[in-house]
Design a protein around this ligand. Structure first.
Ligand code: ADP
Ligand code: MG
Length: 810
């Protein structure tokens, strides 16, 4: 058991204004803890925060100033926690602070650079690296990812749902058993056997998290996200299983409602967040006070879920994220105050060991059988009836083959029946005695020979014996060669497998998934593991396509609008930067792959040469009737050292390639996410334009049943269509979604408006719909309100783009 108070750390976010000095100072000199002093600027000192105090001092385990990088944060804060999780203790790391102070950056990481990876990906990488090193135990890893928004839990890892809002995700509820243990109903647990699989799960969750967010529910600032790594371990042959959980928690923004100052629905939501953080604070106050028997965990879902992490069986660490700018002084002080209270909480972490009944039964059954056998021998609980003819025959056959077997390791297995054991001894004795009599022999073949031939002369016998010895020698040499050949083939196969596994290029991925790992760790029988394969980039990209209805599903018009939108968007710089880096990494990986192949070829040649040399020597030995030369061979030694060198080089390159692989995957992940974000923002903008248009346009307002821009999935196939050149002749063409070719489909193909729509049409003049200067009223409409509003939206969008472009160039 480990008694420990919650560890508190502070991290100061880099300030935009570099020269904002004098607001805080960090004192690392003190012996036990670092302290952070927040100094109130003069103009604020008389204000709301204080009663004329000018500075506040807070103690932390350690304070990370603006220049601390992600690796330092991981190594100092997360690594020790991950280590105790590997040892079998529960662990929690949570980030607390106002919105924008760097919680998500610290826990998950930045969305742009590989070096900005946060605690979650680094911890996953570290844990899987350690698991690989430790072969003394069998480990099983599962991942879950929960988001709590407005007191409702959502499973972020549900692959069956195509979430477009949070409500689409499965709802998770808290259940409490009679022993007051918390269970989360509907939260899926996914097995991850490699770092890659775990990262894909993180990516899936983060994508869902992002997609589910709308301007109306800024879920990321208003919700809590809990990424959990469930680790179980067991020694081979043992029935004791250790379970440990590591929660990595990104809490909602800690800012107060008063400061947000928003109205309506947003206010209700803001209050909700603060409510759940308020309950967290209550739990923490209760825990830090002595003699409090009731701790109000049940008040909110988040405190229920984190119950063990607060005042329970867990090693817990808090990171207070601070954005120490003048306008954030009051929030920063309250974050630090919260941390000081948290630091008072004592936890008691214990090893979570339990006995797996299944394994126990198997072990006990084996033990019982062994004991029974032993007992039968010891007590001489004999069966007295004589052995049957058949049994005797069987035994003697066994003895014969045992005696004939050349393998010195071979055993005579007759079980524990004493009658059989005795019979074996009798029989062997008889054979031994028979052999002593020269006329008889145990080997029937020789007996037959002797029957029909004169006995050999001593001289001849010697000669034959020598010959036999020589033949034996030859056979041994050949067998050895054969073994080596076989091993070589196996090595080559393994290498080429490895090579294929690591280097096979495919269109979307440099590294395809390994065939489901043999020796895969056994899954927890109780864990509701999904069989979905998360290990491929293909999976990821198909997910993105599903989630966003990517560009091939867009009509030409929308594509054009999207291209322009993209060009103007700040994120596209990040995307193209990352693309550049990715290209470099790809070519580095390719070059490495070639060098690895080269090294492998060299290793093959060297091995071949060594074998040839051996064969020559053996052949020489045979022809000269001498034993294989024992003196050292300088040529062979040189070959060997070359071989070792090549192998070391090969290993080093292989390790580098592996690291590259992780980096490439991560970069692709970041890019994918940036693309989804861009797409999402485009959709929002497009929808806004469409709605705006309906308000502005007299034509559109006459279409009284026009809906705002559609987001439903079935309407995706009926997105706005770009009027092509043919539209000048009054014909609308649509692009076939499947083939990309133009085809005249649906009512759109007809230049003649359908009957029912004639009344609502304001004009019948066929004109260029794409002319932004053209008044709205002169646009040809199809009468299909949906399509019409799409067309209008498109035109409006183009106008807006042109305007934006005009502004941009000024
Ligand atoms: P929160 O999750 O607390 O609302 P974020 O993690 O989203 O805050 O951070 C807000 C912005 O500040 C993000 O753009 C993020 O990349 C940036 N940021 C936060 N912390 C750091 C840091 N230590 N270094 C560089 N950028 C940071
Ligand atoms: Mg955040």
């Amino acid at each position: 058991m480990v008694n420990q108070t919650i560890q508190i750390f502070a991290r100061v976010k880099p300030s935009l204004r570099k020269h904002q000095q004098g607001i805080y100072s960090i004192d690392e000199d003190e012996k036990l803890a670092a302290s952070l002093e927040i100094i109130l600027p003069r103009d604020l000192a008389d204000g709301f925060v204080n009663n004329k105090r000018e500075s506040y001092r807070f103690k932390f385990q350690r304070i990370f100033d603006q220049d601390a990088n992600q690796e330092t944060i991981f190594a100092s804060i997360a690594k020790p926690v991950a280590e105790s999780v590997l040892a079998g203790y529960n662990g929690t790391i949570f980030a607390y602070g106002q919105t924008g102070s760097g919680k998500t950056f610290t826990i998950t990481g930045g969305a742009e650079r590989y070096s900005d990876r946060g605690i979650i990906p680094r911890t996953l990488s570290y844990i899987f690296e350690q698991l690989q090193k430790d072969s003394s135990k069998v480990y099983t890893t599962h991942i879950s990812y929960l988001e709590i928004y407005n007191e409702c839990g959502y499973d972020l890892l549900d692959p069956r749902h195509e979430a477009s809002s949070l409500e689409d995700l499965p709802k998770v509820t808290v259940l409490e058993d009679p022993d007051q243990n918390i269970h989360l109903k509907n939260l899926s647990l996914h097995q991850a056997t490699t770092e890659e699989e775990a990262l894909n799960l993180l990516f899936l969750g983060d994508t869902n998290r992002m997609i589910a967010e709308t301007p109306m529910n800024q879920a990321s600032t208003r919700s809590h996200c809990i990424f959990t790594i469930h680790l179980s371990s067991k020694e081979p042959g043992s029935a004791t299983v250790r379970h440990a959980k590591l929660h990595l928690v990104d809490l909602a923004g800690s800012e107060r409602v008063a400061k947000t100052g928003v109205g309506g629905q947003l206010l209700t939501e803001a209050k909700y967040i603060n409510l759940s953080l308020h309950y967290l604070e209550q739990v923490i106050i209760a825990l830090s006070e002595k003699h409090r028997s009731h701790i109000p965990y049940r008040n909110s879902m988040m405190t229920s879920v984190l119950r063990d992490s607060l005042g329970g069986n867990c090693m817990t660490t808090m990171i207070a994220t601070l954005s120490l700018e003048k306008r954030n002084i009051d929030e920063s002080i309250s974050t630090c105050r919260f941390a000081q209270r948290v630091a008072l909480i004592k936890n008691q972490a214990v090893l979570n060991e339990e006995i797996d009944p299944r394994l126990m039964i198997i072990r006990l059954q084996k033990e019982i059988q062994e004991l029974k056998d032993e007992l039968a021998i010891v007590t001489g609980e004999l069966r007295t009836e004589a052995l049957t003819e058949a049994e005797i025959h069987q035994l003697e056959k066994l003895i014969t083959s045992f005696l004939e077997d050349q393998d010195p390791e071979s055993r005579l297995e007759v079980g524990t029946d004493m009658r059989k054991i005795h019979h074996c001894f009798h029989h062997l004795k008889k054979l031994l005695n028979d052999k002593k009599t020269p006329e008889k022999s145990i080997v029937p073949f020789e007996t037959k020979n002797q029957d029909c031939q004169e006995p050999f002369k001593e001289e001849e016998y010697e000669k034959l014996r020598d010959l036999l010895k020589q033949r034996d020698n030859e056979i041994n040499i050949l067998v050895n060669m054969l073994k080596k050949e076989k091993k070589k083939v196996q090595d080559a196969l393994q290498l080429s497998d490895m090579n294929r596994g690591e280097l096979r290029h495919s269109r979307s991925s440099l590294f395809p998934p390994r065939a489901s790992a043999e020796g895969q760790r056994t899954s927890l029988s109780s864990a509701p593991t999904q069989s979905q394969d998360f290990s491929t980039l293909e999976y990821r990209s198909s997910l993105l396509h599903k989630k966003t209805g990517m560009r091939e599903e867009m009509s030409l018009g929308r594509q054009e609008a999207f291209e322009t939108f993209k060009r103007d968007h700040a994120d596209s710089i990040t995307i193209s930067d990352n693309k550049q880096i990715l290209k470099q990494r790809f070519s580095e990986a390719k070059a490495l792959g070639e060098s690895i192949n080269e090294a492998r070829r060299k290793i093959g040649h060297l091995k071949e040469e060594l074998t040839q040399r051996h064969i020559q020597q053996v052949a020489l030995g045979i022809s000269e009737h001498t034993a294989a030369p024992t003196a050292s061979d300088p040529r062979e030694e040189k070959l060997r050292s070359q071989l070792e060198e090549e192998k070391t080089r090969y290993k080093a390159m292989f390790t580098r390639l592996k690291a590259l692989k992780v980096e490439i995957e991560h970069l692709q992940l970041l890019m994918d996410r940036a693309k989804v974000k861009l797409q999402k923002e485009f959709e929002v903008w497009w929808a806004e334009e469409a709605t705006q248009l309906q308000v502005d346009s007299p034509v559109a307002s006459s279409l009284d049943h026009v809906k705002p821009y559609p987001h439903t999935s079935e309407s995706k196939h009926e997105q706005p269509h770009l009027p092509s050149a043919a539209s000048r002749c009054g014909a609308w063409e649509v692009q076939d979604q499947g083939t990309g070719r133009f085809s005249g489909r649906r009512t759109l193909a007809s230049p003649v408006p359908s009957l029912h729509s004639r009344k609502s049409r304001s004009t019948s003049t066929p004109v260029e719909g794409s002319d932004p200067q053209r008044p709205m009223s002169s646009i040809p409409l199809t009468g299909d309100s949906q399509t019409d509003s799409d067309i209008l939206a498109f035109i409006k969008a183009r106008q807006s783009i042109l305007q934006r472009k005009g502004l941009g160039s000024n």
